[in-house]
Design a binder for this molecule. Sequence first.
Ligand code: BGC
Length: 395
Amino acid sequence: MEFPRNFIWGTATSAHQTEGNDNNCDWWDWETRELPKGRRGPEEPSGVGCNSYARYTEDFDLCRKLNNNAVRFSLAWNRIEPEEGKFDQEAVEHYKKVIQAAKSRGLKTFVALHHFTNPSWFAKKGAFLNFRSPFYFSRYAKYCSQQFGELIDFYLTINEPQVYTFMSYFKGIWPPNHKNPLESLLVQINLLRSHVQAYKAIKSQGNHPVGIVKHIVWYETDPEKGSFLDKIAARLVFNLNCKYFLNPIRKYLDFLGVNYYFTQVISGLHIRNPKDNVSDMGWWINPSGLESILLKLKKYQIPIYITENGVADAKDTIRENFIHDMLLTCYKAISKGVDLKGYFYWSLIDNYEWNHGYWPRFGLVEIDRQDNLKRIPRKSFFYYAKICRANNILP
Ligand code: BGC
């Protein structure tokens, strides 16, 4: 089961989840602030992270050991533009070194400009609730493309815009803890506008490939108990998650990044997932959901990269099977004509899992938080390394 030549094999991380001391952003403010009564914060603050801000060469060496030919990470907007309209040359120089370190190890760079966190100044302006947010975001995107140019091989504008909106403005469990459907609609519209403006801004600086990272969930109905209404609901939520979001920006995508983690089963208009075959976070693992999504995306006729796919599995007992089965699904989708060009496992290292803190362990590499954040490759690390070297799924 050989993959196409030049298939991209990588792993993914993000700035706030790994760099450490990522202050001056809304998440850091939320993690360290006394919250008003009734508002829940994260289980623990991100603190020193994995200290990847200093230890990035060590991390990229691990990518080499994985026989990867690409790496995905993000830039912290708050470091690059710590105050409104004021860009920090030192931060830019730092990220140039980071990107060069990846490239000198033969890794193509997939770099996200926004991965859930906002600079504190931007958050104070209402972040993506602000009608002028596309202006602020695209100004930053333009600056990045001027500074980094071709050092970045693939520009990813925004990571999981709908997850961000849902968690921050609908469910209200991420900063700024709003529970307001109208606001979440406005935020989604502004994120779409921001993507389009950022796309144009980056393109004005050179013909760099630009895409978005979209989290897509597959929805199924219970084969025995599923009703007609369940089927309609499943189709509606899938469309809200997929085509209603992607269609308006279709012209502004050179490629699409897809993050896939789980499938939801709808029964009696409620989500009732099977209890077996779940990750440490209780997410139902269903590789065939990924194939269904990829087949649905075929009609867009643009290259697709799986920009995240992974499992929280502290004991590393299910990760190898997870990778095997998901890749088998990718292989099948490619055989059915899907233009799938790459796969990034989430994550290279255990990292800060947002409101959950550090307990969920997604890494191919364990981070020993008791021993100086020591990087310890898990068994599944070697399994994935073999696949990436062979460009082929191994039993
Ligand atoms: C996000 C990551 C997160 C991962 C696992 C994705 O939603 O992009 O930041 O750690 O899923 O939850």
